[in-house]
Write a protein that binds this ligand. Structure first.
Ligand SMILES: [Zn+2]
Length: 328
């Protein structure tokens, strides 16, 4: 069966209601694809320029058959999605932040092997907080002087020169941000923010985007999300959003994007939630987690899955979150 009709069948089923496969993929939560954000009904005058498979929060580890799960996901992408590009959203390994050198090496070896063996399209990687080695020096038993400490290990494993990058494909510029900086209030922690050097780069990338090129921004931590308000309300009636849950510089970023209408869509992971939020004309998509509930089943509505993103010539994006037939 040609790729086009295979993928469209996912979309058709998503519109019409859950398939048996989707329900199975939803696992114990029993959540159907029908409950997830669906593509808008539109005319057929658009031309699709690019198809991405957005795989985020893979959290590969030796336990819970996680490597097998990532391989299954990549095989599903190859068979059903057939994207032009695979875009990863960070938290590729279960955790390097708190872990020692041996455990970190094991996880990166699993991750690089999985993509070497299973990637069916060029891969654009994004870093997440769990991909940073040893920022918690106490737990990781690191000194901070090791050659691969911090983001260096992830960059070397993924063949990247730096943690923020941009590339243009078929009329769409894909900007991958580095969301994570050290928490000024906690030497072992992090918060989500764009550091100064990256700000200057991001501003020039947006300024230099040619007329007619659309922009999709990928960050690990959501730039803007309503899922941050899903937590408990404090006894004083207030809600507190952790500086690590959503970008603390979201307002500055959104004001920057308002000056650059080429920015159409921002995709993220980190929350392991599935959400489509439209604000100021920009779509903000939280695209679940390949690992679901860290390989223990579904996390709320987010069963183990990935998003298929179709990018069109008029700047619109359609996203479908799909499972890959995984049973925890
Ligand atoms: Zn994360």
């Amino acid at each position: 069966m040609p790729a086009e009709s295979t993928v469209d069948s996912i979309q058709v089923h998503a519109r019409a209601g859950p398939t048996r496969r989707a329900v199975l993929a939803a696992g114990a939560a029993g959540l159907a694809l029908a409950a997830l954000p669906l593509p808008r009904a539109r005319g057929d005058d658009r031309r699709r320029l690019l198809r991405l498979a957005h795989l985020t929060d893979l959290h590969i580890q030796p336990e819970r058959h996680a490597a097998e799960g990532v391989a299954r996901c990549l095989a599903h992408v190859a068979e059903h999605a057939r994207p032009d590009l695979i875009l990863t959203g960070g938290d590729l390994v279960m955790d390097a932040f708190d872990e020692d050198e041996a455990r970190t090496r094991t996880q990166w070896d699993l991750l690089t092997k999985a993509f070497h063996d299973g990637a069916s399209a060029p891969v654009l990687h994004t870093l997440g907080n769990h991909d940073i080695w040893g920022w918690n020096k106490g737990k990781s038993r690191t000194r901070g002087t090791e050659r691969l400490w911090g983001k260096a290990w992830a960059l070397e494993a993924l063949g990247l020169e730096r943690a923020f990058n941009a590339s243009t494909h078929a009329g769409w510029k894909i900007i991958r941000l580095d969301s994570v900086v050290p928490d000024p209030a906690d030497p072992d922690g992090y918060i989500a923010r764009i550091a100064d050097e990256q700000w200057a780069w991001l501003e020039s990338e947006l300024k230099d985007t040619p007329e007619g090129t659309h922009v999709l921004i990928c960050s690990h931590v959501p730039l803007h999300t309503a899922t941050a308000l899903f937590g408990k309300v404090e006894p004083d009636g207030k809600r507190r959003v952790s500086g690590g849950l959503m970008h603390t510089d979201n307002r500055r970023l959104l004001d920057l994007f308002a000056r650059h209408p080429a920015v159409k869509c921002c995709v993220s992971g980190h929350t392991h939630r599935v959400e489509r939020l439209v604000f100021r004309g920009i779509e903000f998509l939280c695209n679940g987690a390949v690992s679901g509930n860290w390989w223990k089943g579904a996390y709320h509505e987010a069963f183990e899955g990935y998003a298929l993103l179709d990018l069109f010539d008029d700047g619109t994006v359609e996203s479908r979150y799909t499972g890959f037939d995984w049973k925890a």
